[in-house]
Design a protein around this ligand. Structure first.
Ligand code: PHE
Length: 363
């Protein structure tokens, strides 16, 4: 009978050490491990057959076999650590990113002209000391109409071609998609004490669609409330804004008397433009484009918002952001602005790196 001890000597364990050392990948090492000390390895088999040996041989053989096994395990462990390190190094090398390389010129997206202009307006008004206020797109009748001095049940509520939501089954209240940003005036006056100087940029909605009207469009509302505010302040603020916005010394603008329930007196501001030849040009030609509505805040509105009109006065304005974008960037038709056509966006869009701010200027 071949002694177990001899059989261990015969196992030629040296080849396993070689295989372990030569493994250059984790899976090679795993294979070498299975061959050397796995369940069906010769060493494991020898260990299992110890019981059949005579007692005197058993002790010594078992010692030799266990020593061999722990030696091999230790060598495997050491090689594992080495390979892990080497594999990590290789990955770090392969996945290395050179952050100093310039970005690829490929353009993935761009900033919509409306958003660019909105940011420009915020930057300019911030510079004049205005804070930004916001309100919800879905408004109630009180904020959109009643508090703004629209007479109850008056057709003026229809004047805006309002989108009404379904009436609430319990209260019968009909919410609206806000027809203008003026409800933010109300929200601001009801929560802040004068002096107030805010602009409110946002989305507005009316049932309307042609070259200069879309059912969803954008406005920037403005509101100033303080003591002794008059039309001169309104006119200076708007003329200064418009000139700075178009980056010119002056803009040919006209104030046309108008009516809004929430201002008295009220006006609309038009600017001169030329629409011939499919292009839109500023300050020449004999077309006028209406860009905003404005006026002195009606005493009833102040009262509705808890402000004493004998102590405080103010002016307000609401301008069409998309139209100002058309005028500034020569966009002839309003409708494609909201059709999400990537060719249009690639043509008229702005780089996200061109974000305007009061420090670096507009564009
Ligand atoms: N809310 C008016 C509109 O949408 C604009 C406006 C705002 C007029 C503030 C006067 C004062 O047409």
């Amino acid at each position: 009978m071949v002694s177990a001890r001899n059989s261990i000597a015969h196992l030629n364990l040296g080849r396993h050490f070689d295989a372990i050392q030569q493994a250059t990948k984790s899976i090679e090492l795993a294979a070498a491990k299975t061959a050397a000390i796995g369940k069906s390895s010769e060493l494991s088999q020898a260990l299992r057959s110890l019981g059949s040996l005579p007692a005197d041989e058993r002790r010594e053989t078992s010692k030799a076999a266990n020593t061999a096994q722990s030696l091999i395990s230790a060598v495997i462990k050491a090689r594992e650590v080495e390979l892990e390190g080497a594999e990590l190094d290789a990955r770090l090398q392969a996945e290395h990113v050179d952050l100093t390389l310039p970005a690829r010129p490929r353009r993935k997206g761009s900033v919509h002209p409306t958003m660019q202009v909105m940011d420009e307006m915020i930057a300019l008004f911030a510079d004049m000391g205005f804070a930004v206020a916001e309100g919800p797109d879905i408004e109630d009748d009180f904020h959109n109409f009643t508090a703004l001095n629209f007479p109850p049940k008056h057709p003026a509520r229809e004047m805006h071609d309002t989108f009404f939501l379904r009436p609430d089954p319990e209260t019968g209240e009909r919410k609206v998609l806000r027809t203008h940003t003026s409800p933010v005036q109300v929200r601001t006056m009801m929560t802040q004490k004068p002096p107030i100087r805010i602009i409110a940029p946002g989305r507005t909605f009316r049932k309307d669609s042609d070259a200069t009207h879309t059912p969803m469009f954008h406005q920037v509302e403005g509101l100033v409330i303080d003591r002794d505010i008059h039309m001169g302040h309104l006119k200076w603020t708007l003329e200064t804004f418009v000139a700075r916005f178009f980056e010119v010394d002056g803009v040919d603008a006209r104030f046309r008397p108008h009516h809004f329930p929430f201002t008295e007196p009220s006006a609309e501001m038009d600017i001169r433009c030329d629409r011939s030849g499919g292009e839109l040009k500023l300050n020449t030609g004999d077309s006028w484009m209406e860009i905003l509505g404005c006026g002195m805040v009606h005493p009833n509105v102040l009262r509705n918002c808890g402000i004493d009109p004998d102590e405080y006065q103010g002016f307000a304005f609401g301008m069409g952001v998309d139209r100002l974008a058309m005028l500034k960037y020569g966009i002839p038709d309003l409708r494609p602005m909201f059709e999400a056509d990537t060719r249009w966006l690639a043509h008229y869009g702005f780089s996200a790196f061109a974000a305007p701010n009061p420090a670096s200027g507009l564009s």
